[in-house]
Design a binder for this molecule. Sequence first.
Ligand SMILES: Cc1cc2nc3c(=O)[nH]c(=O)nc-3n(C[C@H](O)[C@H](O)[C@H](O)COP(=O)(O)O)c2cc1C
Length: 371
Amino acid sequence: MSRLFETATLTTPDGSGLTVRNRTALAPMCQYSVTAKDGVPHDWHLVHLGARAAGGFGLVFTEATSIVPEGRISDQDTGIWNDGQAAAWAPIVDFIHGQGAAAGIQLAHAGGKASTHPWLPEAAASGARGSIPVAEGGWQTVGPSATDLHKLASPREMTRGEIAESVAAWADAARRADAAGFDVVQIHGAHGYLIHQFLSPLANGRTDEYGGGYENRTRYAREVLAAVRDAWPAHKPLALRLSGEDWVEGGWRLADTVRFAREARGLGVTVFDLSSGGLGPFRGPSGPGYQVPLAAAVKEALAGTGAFVTAVGMITEPQQAEQVLVTGQADGVSIARAALVEPHWAAIAAKALGVDRDHNPRAPQYWRADW
Ligand SMILES: Cc1cc2nc3c(=O)[nH]c(=O)nc-3n(C[C@H](O)[C@H](O)[C@H](O)COP(=O)(O)O)c2cc1C
């Protein structure tokens, strides 16, 4: 029996739990496809996410979906700052459910890393990279402080009023995600975006109670998690993606991550996905499963608390994913690029790991593909 294809129950504050059909998740991946620039998901998102739900993933996450217009990485990102966007997500969620998968939405605010060129061939071919200037349709970004982020236009320091407004915007977005039918909200606390900017000394130069030592730098993240947990129904699990490492001395380190994960668990976070990096030019290790040790450290720290820890990053092979679980380093895996290559990654992995046809999560329409 494959551990990867065992069901898992994600704990919830009300004790009911959400059971997912297996331990594979489609990792959030920006599609930069909202050409109308209104944040409304459309057919592309339905087909992209729907195909991967049909392809057997247990939990399918949307791309980074912004809680406010100025929080978008690019102006072609999806959003959930208004009810029209939530209404457009609803049929996509329904389709994912119809395929037997759970639906997760990654809520995001890019902070000082907002207003950038979409990572698409057209922009790459024209040499357009980094910030889009205000004069060319971009916008003034905001962050914990005006600290320069690597090769990007400087953000403007958020006022305390703006911090409070943004905390409320995360909670409002979670309410809309519930209305759209999502099962899991994941807070994007990784990759150098707004929450990570507050957490890391590399990006947070504030001198008030939101900057300085660990306690102050983590305040914004704690406020966001508490507000979202309050707004998000008690029968639904809350997830958090963290950069476990800035990979540089003086940055946000694994010890900070472990400490913060314990606090986040206390605030009602169930699912922890451990990525890394995103601030500055700092490169950590690379190679198959390079971030698994970060997940393993958090899993060990949260043992026995009901947390569910997932590993991500260059996990591409079924046996490799299975080993991550069998060796107790994580409870599940998140798959990104391998699922761009192969939407049916999970169903193919199930077969490779000896899961029989009756228990393979492949869409029944496709059963004749490989038996
Ligand atoms: C096209 C693309 C878009 C991505 N967009 C997001 C995103 O919206 N949110 C996020 O947290 N990570 C994003 N990532 C990072 C992935 O979720 C994942 O962490 C990373 O690609 C490493 O996993 P992999 O080796 O399986 O691809 C993106 C990655 C790719 C390739």
